[in-house]
Design a protein around this ligand. Structure first.
Ligand code: HEM
Length: 178
């Protein structure tokens, strides 16, 4: 949950083109991508340990077919949907060059659905959901993502011609002041 929230925050920061002298933009995008892959590794561990746990006997179908579990059907179904949305986002990101920017962007917007569904799943089914430490972590994760999304929504869309315009201006200035 912490990793996934970090990925969403870094994703919002990278679309806002946040950067400074000490923090170049590629650090945000690189961290966003690598944290997303790390999230998938931990998610795989979470799902495998949940499925092989002899206490519940979930079965592998639970991990791929939403609401197929006899145990906590709704909460686990939401976990499966969150996982599948996330898998779609990561696969399309790895194939971005092949599927094109528009298709990639449309699928990437699913993150905004995947993250709250995963949070609800954790709250609904987690045995730690009511413990103080889990509450504190959840408040930090939800607060962090909420702030990042609000700032992102309030940000004006980036001007696609800005970099072309600045290149044109420097070319003109090189010509006039050789
Ligand atoms: C993006 C996808 C997912 C995320 C972020 C996620 C996250 C979480 C979190 C934060 C908890 C609470 C842990 C606790 O209270 O200690 C939890 C519980 C649980 N999750 Fe997931 N989960 C995801 C997908 C899945 C899937 C696909 C399954 C099905 C195999 C699953 C099975 C479970 C089970 C069985 C529990 C309850 C564990 C317990 O009894 O404490 N999760 N999950």
């Amino acid at each position: 949950m912490i990793l996934l929230s970090g990925v969403v925050v870094l994703g919002a920061l990278s679309t806002m083109r946040v950067q400074s002298a000490a923090w170049p933009r590629f650090l945000t995008t690189g961290l966003h991508r690598n944290l997303a892959l790390l999230t998938l590794v931990f998610l795989a561990l979470h799902i495998v340990t949940a499925v092989v746990d002899p206490f519940t006997h979930l079965g592998w179908l639970t991990a791929v077919l939403p609401f197929s579990s006899y145990y906590r059907t709704l909460w686990l179904g939401l976990g499966t949907i969150a996982f599948e949305l996330l898998a779609a986002i990561i696969v399309t990101s790895l194939l971005r060059g092949m599927i094109g920017q528009t298709a990639w962007r449309i699928v990437h917007w699913l993150t905004y659905a995947s993250w709250p569904i995963a949070i609800i799943h954790g709250f609904g089914t987690g045995t730690d959901a009511l413990s103080a430490w889990f509450m504190v972590l959840s408040i930090i994760c939800v607060g962090g993502v909420a702030i990042a999304v609000v700032i992102r929504v309030m940000q004006p869309p980036p001007d696609p011609l800005a970099s072309a315009r600045s290149e044109f201006r420097s070319a003109v200035s090189r010509k006039t002041n050789p």
